[in-house]
Design a protein around this ligand. Structure first.
Ligand SMILES: Cc1cc2nc3c(=O)[nH]c(=O)nc-3n(C[C@H](O)[C@H](O)[C@H](O)COP(=O)(O)O)c2cc1C
Length: 172
């Protein structure tokens, strides 16, 4: 795991190459194996590979989502908020598990924040995606995880750049 984490970076440029069905199947399994509070599993995952829908998802926000148009796959992570009061944590864990499982299979990825973000002055990014994908109102949209074969290389963060002062021993 530490080797994966050492090379993990956000990838926003993707090759024009689809992801094999076997890999998509593994990503689905990984998402469903994410731990959740009290094992409630409030999340649901929408796997999108249709280019037209990817383009529309890329317009969810004015900043920070455009690259979804070039991804081979976007996984929209949402949750039934009536089932759990810690769905944010559950969705976040599933999101990072999707990213790390992708990385292990040579796929690059980047998280697109949807919760608490705007589509425009009159609509939230969440409402825009609910409307686009037919997600019920009581489901909140946490993130979009955009994945694909990388078309950019990023240097791993060197150990010497880690903010070691953020680690405390015994007391703050
Ligand atoms: C909760 C969260 C939300 C993020 N939202 C976005 C986003 O909306 N758009 C984007 O381009 N990157 C987004 N990112 C990626 C971060 O910008 C990126 O992880 C950070 O700059 C560190 O870079 P690295 O992942 O390459 O180490 C998000 C990451 C996290 C963890």
């Amino acid at each position: 795991m530490i080797e994966l984490l050492r090379k993990r970076r956000s990838i926003r440029k993707f090759q024009d190459k689809s992801i094999e069905l076997e890999k998509i199947k593994i990503l689905k399994e990984a998402a469903l194996r994410a731990p959740t509070s009290r094992n409630i599993m409030p999340w649901e995952f929408i796997f999108v590979t249709d280019k037209n829908i990817l383009k529309k998802l890329s317009e969810a926000k004015q900043h920070g989502s455009a690259f979804v148009a070039g991804a081979a796959l976007a996984v929209v992570v949402c949750a039934d908020t009536t089932k759990s009061d810690v769905w944010v944590e559950d969705c976040s864990i599933a999101s990072i598990i999707l990213q790390l499982t992708g990385l292990e299979m040579e796929l690059g990825s980047c998280w697109v924040q949807i919760r608490n973000r705007k589509h425009n002055e009159s609509e939230s990014a969440e409402e825009y995606i609910q409307r686009l994908l037919g997600i019920p109102e009581h489901f909140a949209v946490e993130s979009i995880i955009a994945l694909g074969y990388p078309a950019e290389e990023k240097e791993p963060i060197p150990h010497s750049s880690l903010p070691l002062e953020k680690i405390h021993s015994e007391r703050f």
